[in-house]
Ligand binder design. Structure first.
Ligand code: KG4
Ligand code: ZN
Length: 336
């Protein structure tokens, strides 16, 4: 079964053709990051406009690269929630038009479910149930993946998402947007023990996260040093900060695995590209006899191959929409 996936929830316009939820026949991503960099973050109006400009070419390219025509497809899957509403609407309306003109079924896909499904593309042996740490620019969730389409959140951030915490600290250290990847790179050459940083936890909610205090601590540390004319080693600070964020992520997900008896741990979302997070979870899973899976780096950030992957399982479970499908800025993963 071949599915065309379409993604436009934030600042990448993407289309892909995926077979049986597991095999990528094409994967096209047009990123707007260079333009948003000028403003230090995503500007929603610009994002919507660029999606409108890019979507026809991106979908056409994905079809060409996969060497398929619309009569070879079985369905069109599209990200409909959560995300920037104007950005989501571009993909949803395009997919609706395509569904109307081709007669192909329309499959709505939840963005975080698709991030999790990115793992099915490169780990053929991975099947639910498993526990997934979903870490992106906007979300930090521990998700119990009971089946391909039955998912429940057992822990989440109370304030900043992990990606947001990385980006804001990186910005304070003078790195361009989105700073998570730059901070990660610089941290490789720093001393992670150079700064003692807080490791916040949420009282009475061991699977929940709180990163805003840690982020503010680092921003204040930089301001104070600046006022005193002291030079801070950004490599050491990046390494110490990355360790603190990753310590919190690993601590909570391993506690959740212990409590729920989960034998398989998976990571997903843009921050799952983080080198330390990948190394640490791999070590922890090896130490505790668990299986660990992570997406290939090219499927960690936003893409449409993951939409085609999750779309396959949603379609199998009968999740199809009519032409009255709307985009939603917010939606729980359970509802997806
Ligand atoms: O999943 P994603 O592409 O978009 C959202 O759905 O939010 O995630 C983007 C986030 C950004 O905050 C970015 O800085 C972060 O993922 N990120 C990283 C790394 N690569 C991307 N954070 C830490 N280390 C990385 N290597
Ligand atoms: Zn995302």
């Amino acid at each position: 079964m071949k599915i065309l996936g379409i993604e436009s929830s934030c600042d990448e316009t993407a289309a892909a053709v995926v077979e049986d939820g597991r095999h990528v026949l094409s994967n096209v991503v047009a990123t707007q990051v260079e333009e948003h960099k000028l403003y230090g973050g995503v500007v929603p109006e610009i994002a919507s406009r660029r999606h409108s400009e890019a979507i026809v070419g991106v979908v056409r390219q994905a079809m060409e690269d996969a060497h398929v025509g619309y009569s070879d497809l079985d369905a069109i899957a599209v990200t409909y929630a959560p995300g920037l509403i104007g950005a989501l609407l571009v993909g949803v309306n395009f997919a609706k038009g395509l569904s109307f003109s081709t007669g192909l079924p329309l499959v709505p896909v939840h963005h975080l479910r698709s991030h999790i499904a990115a793992n099915y593309l490169t780990n053929p042996e991975l099947k639910p149930p498993f526990l997934c740490l979903v870490v992106s620019g906007g979300h930090t969730h521990i998700v119990n993946v009971e089946s391909y389409t039955k998912l429940s959140v057992i822990g989440q951030t109370r304030d900043d998402a992990a990606g947001e915490a990385f980006d804001k600290a990186a910005r304070a250290m003078g790195m361009p947007y989105p700073g998570g990847i730059h901070l990660d790179k610089l941290a490789e050459s720093g001393d992670e023990k150079a700064f003692r940083l807080p490791h916040p936890s949420v009282e009475g909610a061991p699977y929940d996260f709180s990163f805003s205090g840690l982020k503010t601590f680092v921003i204040n540390l930089l301001h104070n040093a600046d006022q005193k004319g002291e030079v801070v080693s950004t490599a050491d600070l990046a390494a110490s900060y990355r360790k603190a964020v990753v310590d919190c992520l690993v601590r909570n997900v391993m506690k959740a695995a212990d409590d729920t008896g989960a034998q398989t741990i998976v990571i997903a979302g843009g921050v799952s590209a983080n080198r330390l997070l990948r190394r640490r979870l791999e070590q922890e899973c090896e130490r505790t006899g668990r299986r660990f899976f992570r997406p290939e780096l090219c499927y960690c950030g936003d893409n449409a191959a993951m939409v085609g992957a999750q779309g396959y399982y949603e379609f199998q479970s009968g999740h199809v929409a009519g032409l009255d499908l709307n985009a939603c800025a917010q939606m729980d993963i359970q509802e997806g």
